[in-house]
Design a protein around this ligand. Structure first.
Ligand code: AN7
Length: 357
């Protein structure tokens, strides 16, 4: 008999900060596939590399794991509206879960700097959307201010319910592998997800399910890399708009996670992110948004710089679906637009064009 996945709150009820009074708002998030990526393993010289494909979540990103918790808690406490600042995915997720809960959502996004698919999602789910003249960091300051002073509930990852929900990604990795990977790699913006996976692994160690926490490797775009420079970045700049964040909300949590896991932070250049974005599509078969390729790009950079990954089992979280920011797939390596050829409906001509004749 087939069983439907019930969403992360019901699947992990005993391991989350919820109880029988929690009004569960779910869209069936979580339970995403861990996909073997032999082409990537070969490229970086590792024993095995798996992609945790978070683009399979209901709104196409990992944010849904945290949003089911944050919106469930908000509704349980009687909230009638939620607010968030976002580079796109948080707003798409907040809008969808608010719709499911029958409450209002307000989203603040940096003007002109969010991918079209994500904006479309917020519009589709009837969020009140405001484009702020400023970057993500300005939007977050504004959202915090409004949530403090008005009757709206903040659902950014400064809200611990978000991290709590997102830690379930680590639980799923452990259940699938039946052990901890040696290294877990992620793209980093606010470092909420980095901190959440660490929390999940740590709880699995404490519960005796695994023996050690994997090294946590977090990668940022080099124009937006406060963890690498050790200080906030005033005007973050990268084509990877999802992680265009200069003043990460989970800075201290993530530093502690890096320390305890003997992990690292690194920065990769935009062209290397786009190269890996294409490699994952073409050689692995997984279509992600550019930001989501940043972790894998960092792993390749480490391997090229001399890190010996032989014998290692590595999990890379790919955070968002390629369809959200599809325009990048329609450009070649030089940035030139790719347009499929136009042909008649004659088999002979088509065969010639395809080089079959
Ligand atoms: C695809 O939606 O911050 O380090 O406002 O959308 O936990 O912030 C998105 C972040 C990685 C970084 N990959 O995660 C937002 C937002 C994708 C993302 C990140 C984001 P964090």
């Amino acid at each position: 008999m087939a069983h439907q996945w019930r969403g992360v709150i019901r699947e992990y009820f005993e391991r989350l900060d919820v109880d029988s009074n929690t009004k569960i708002i779910t869209l069936g998030e979580g339970g995403t596939p861990l996909v073997a990526a032999p082409a990537l393993a070969q490229l970086v010289g590792a024993e095995e590399v798996y992609l945790k494909v978070e683009g399979m979540n209901p709104t196409g990103s990992f944010k849904d794991r945290g949003m089911t918790m944050a919106v469930s808690k908000a509704v349980t406490h009687g909230a009638k509206a939620v607010i968030c600042a976002s580079t796109g995915n948080t707003s798409a997720s907040a809008a969808a879960y608010a719709a499911a809960a029958g409450i209002q959502s307000v989203v603040l996004v940096p003007k002109g700097k969010i991918a079209l698919g994500k904006l479309a999602q917020a519009v589709a789910h009837k969020a009140q959307i405001l484009q702020v003249k400023g970057n993500f960091d300005d939007c977050l300051d504004l959202a915090r201010d409004l949530a403090e002073n008005y009757a709206v509930h903040l659902v950014n990852s400064v809200n611990p319910d978000r991290i709590e929900g997102q830690k379930t990604g680590a639980f799923e990795v452990v259940e699938f592998l039946d052990r901890a990977p040696d290294i877990h790699v992620l793209p980093v913006g606010n470092a909420g997800n980095y901190s959440a996976y660490f929390k999940g692994y740590k709880e699995d160690v404490q519960a005796g399910r695994i023996k050690h926490i994997p090294q946590m490797w977090g990668y940022q775009a080099d124009g937006s890399a406060p963890f690498v420079y050790g200080t906030p970045v005033k005007n973050p700049d990268t084509i990877a708009t999802a992680i265009r964040i200069g003043n990460p909300a989970s800075y201290d949590l993530a530093l502690a996670a890096r320390e305890e896991s003997q992990g690292r932070f690194g920065a990769v250049k935009d062209p290397d992110i786009l190269w890996m974005h294409r490699f994952l599509s073409q050689e692995v078969g997984v279509f992600v948004e550019p930001s989501s390729a940043t972790g894998a790009a960092g792993l390749l950079q480490a391997s090229r710089a001399g890190d010996n990954l032989a014998g290692k089992t590595i999990v890379v979280t790919v955070t968002g679906n390629g369809l959200k920011d599809a325009a990048w797939a329609l450009k070649d390596e030089r940035g030139k637009e790719i347009k499929p050829q136009i042909v008649s409906n004659h088999a002979k001509e088509v065969a010639e064009r395809l080089g079959l004749a």
